[in-house]
Write a protein that binds this ligand. Structure first.
Ligand SMILES: Nc1nc2c(ncn2[C@@H]2O[C@H](COP(=O)(O)OP(=O)(O)OP(=O)(O)O)[C@@H](O)[C@H]2O)c(=O)[nH]1
Length: 389
């Protein structure tokens, strides 16, 4: 198979793959809402393509020898340093300082000018291959380290392609250092790199698309004011059949209209945010708190004893009453009423439990507000087929 690869054609295709990578990455960047690392990656693709083109022109003596050797090494190493920085940005990390990215190519340039090693083919190729392999391994690390925080499926194929590309460079480096590199091996390595570049460009586009979809999904399920999940999020997270030994509560801020009327809508918003922050801070990691709309919130406590659920509700009520939200010279105070339903049996639809909690909330308001009222369990449905209608 290697003998069938025509090296000059492979080298032309290699540059074409890099150009295609640059164009596709620029296109994705143009379409992305908050692009990260894509400009760096497109520049990296371009630098690698120009570095490779310059080396090709040098081989035909179209450029002075000293110029293309130094310059192609500079472009190649700068290209892979940018590649790493771009992958880091794409993965979601903070932008790295330019000095760290520039350090690698500048170090090679200074060393090259001082020793003139790039004038020799093997040391120049070894320096390029070493930089490329290390930058690609670092890129794999960048792409995978954020997987838990942002589990996008395309991270894995992207990392696999980067690994393959790094492995090819490392293998080539081994042959170069041992002076065993052949033209056939060279052609095969570049052929695989072509496939990697196409694949990586595709995965960059896929990852950006997956990220945009995940953000849309999250925005559709998040209340923008408080950052809590909204009704859609809450319902999607609840088990289809609430298990016995859990609790559901509706929480409604008291006389909230008066706060808006007296202090203004913006102050009312701050009260909602502070209430949400305080309430979320009182709960376990796996409890679910959402904003149902307006000044109404909903809470689900999985696996909780009846007494404990009442204690949690009572704690939320008391800590809300203790809140002091500063507005100008005065402190706004607020209270909350809660209707609490303790789930004592399976098979009753969520809507019935919500209605029961709502009735209890209504009762809490009627009794003077700032209190927790336990809900009467909803009437049991006689026919299972009617459940959920
Ligand atoms: N600032 C602010 N106000 C909101 C928001 N959503 C709803 N409201 C206001 O919340 C108020 C709710 O008023 P009501 O439903 O009369 O209830 P309340 O004044 O809290 O009285 P009770 O519930 O009976 O204690 C209305 O004035 C709404 O305009 C919001 O996102 N921000």
């Amino acid at each position: 198979m290697p003998a069938q690869l025509h090296l000059p054609t492979v080298l032309v295709l290699y540059k074409t793959a890099l150009l295609a990578g640059a164009l596709s990455t620029l296109h994705v960047r143009h379409r992305a809402v908050r692009p990260r690392g894509l400009a760096l990656l497109a520049t990296a693709f371009l630098l690698l393509a120009f570095g490779s083109a310059l080396a090709g022109m040098g081989e035909y003596e179209a450029v002075p020898y000293w110029l293309w050797t130094h310059l192609s090494l500079l472009m190649g190493t700068a290209g892979y340093a940018l590649y790493w920085a771009g992958m880091r940005g794409l993965s979601g990390r903070r932008r790295i300082r330019a000095v760290w990215v520039a350090a690698v190519p500048i170090a090679w340039l200074v060393l090259g000018l001082a020793t003139q090693f790039p004038l020799e083919n093997l040391p120049r190729a070894a320096a390029f291959h070493l930089t490329a392999a290390l930058a690609l391994v670092a890129s794999v690390w960048e792409v995978l380290r954020d997987h838990r925080r942002e589990p996008l499926p395309s991270r894995w194929p992207l990392a696999a392609l980067l690994c393959l590309s790094a492995a090819i460079y490392a293998t080539r480096l081994f042959y170069i250092v041992n002076d065993a590199a052949t033209a056939d091996g060279f052609a095969l390595a570049f052929y695989i790199q072509i496939l990697c570049h196409f694949g990586i460009a595709l995965m960059i586009a896929t990852l950006s698309k997956e990220r945009a979809e995940a953000r849309l999904e999250q925005a559709a399920q998040t209340d923008p004011l408080t950052g809590l999940g909204n009704r859609r999020w809450f319902v999607s997270r609840l088990p289809a059949d609430l298990p016995p030994g859990s609790a559901l509560a509706l929480l409604d801020l008291d006389l909230f209209k008066q706060i808006n009327d007296r202090f203004g809508h913006a102050a009312g918003d701050r009260v909602l945010v502070e209430f949400a922050r305080n309430a979320a801070g009182q709960l376990r990691d796996y409890d679910l708190l959402a904003r149902f709309g307006g000044e109404e919130f909903v809470l689900y406590l999985p696996t909780v004893a009846e007494k404990e659920a009442t204690a949690v509700a009572e704690r939320l009520r008391a800590s809300t009453q203790a809140l002091q939200i500063r507005e100008g010279g005065t402190a706004i105070t607020v209270s909350v009423s809660l209707g609490l339903a303790w789930i004592d049996r399976a098979g009753t639809p969520l809507d019935d439990w919500l209605r029961a909690a709502d009735a209890a909330l209504y009762e809490a308001k009627s009794q003077g507000r700032n209190r927790v009222v336990r809900a009467a369990p909803p009437a049991q449905r006689s026919h299972p087929a009617s459940a959920g209608r």
